[in-house]
Design a protein around this ligand. Structure first.
Ligand SMILES: [Zn+2]
Length: 151
């Protein structure tokens, strides 16, 4: 991602007391901190963050299928390409991938990453990958986002 093997520029300035530019080498807008690189750089948000998010979701989907006895077709999780709908042989468990949750009224946010149905219970999973500083905020955002789907 970066050509420089040094730690981030912001740390070089603060710890080593050097006079390098503290701005992010990709976006040139914000200080190049660990949190910025991990989850807040607008240049990485366009592609790399989305790719990371989808990889985490696919891994999670693979593990859920394995745990719930939905037939696993690939040996390795990195080969796994989630199908839209998958069900156990007896039909007790259904795992939906990026599908709209059917409701009797219009709800703006009703498409979680993974939707796990077992008996009378539905588990909605919507992945967020954030820096440590934003974990609580992201969790609250997700709960609020899907509040209308809870019963
Ligand atoms: Zn940046």
């Amino acid at each position: 991602m970066f050509n420089d093997d040094d730690d981030d520029n912001n740390n070089n300035n603060k710890i080593l007391n050097t006079q390098t530019n503290s701005k992010c080498r990709l976006c040139q807008q914000f200080d190049e901190t660990i949190d910025h690189i991990i989850s807040a750089c607008p240049m990485l948000a366009k592609e790399q963050y989305i790719q990371r998010h989808d990889t985490v979701c696919a891994q999670l989907h693979f593990n859920i299928r394995k745990e719930t006895a939905v037939q696993v077709d690939k040996k390795h999780s990195y080969e796994h390409v989630p199908k839209s709908v998958e069900t156990t042989q007896g039909g007790k468990v259904t795992v939906l991938w990026k599908r709209t949750v059917q409701t009797d009224r219009t709800i703006p946010n009703n498409k979680p990453d993974i939707h796990h149905n077992e008996k009378e219970t539905c588990l909605l999973i919507d992945v967020a990958i954030s820096g440590d500083i934003n974990v609580i905020k992201k969790e609250a955002e997700k709960i609020l986002k899907y509040k209308n789907l809870t019963m």
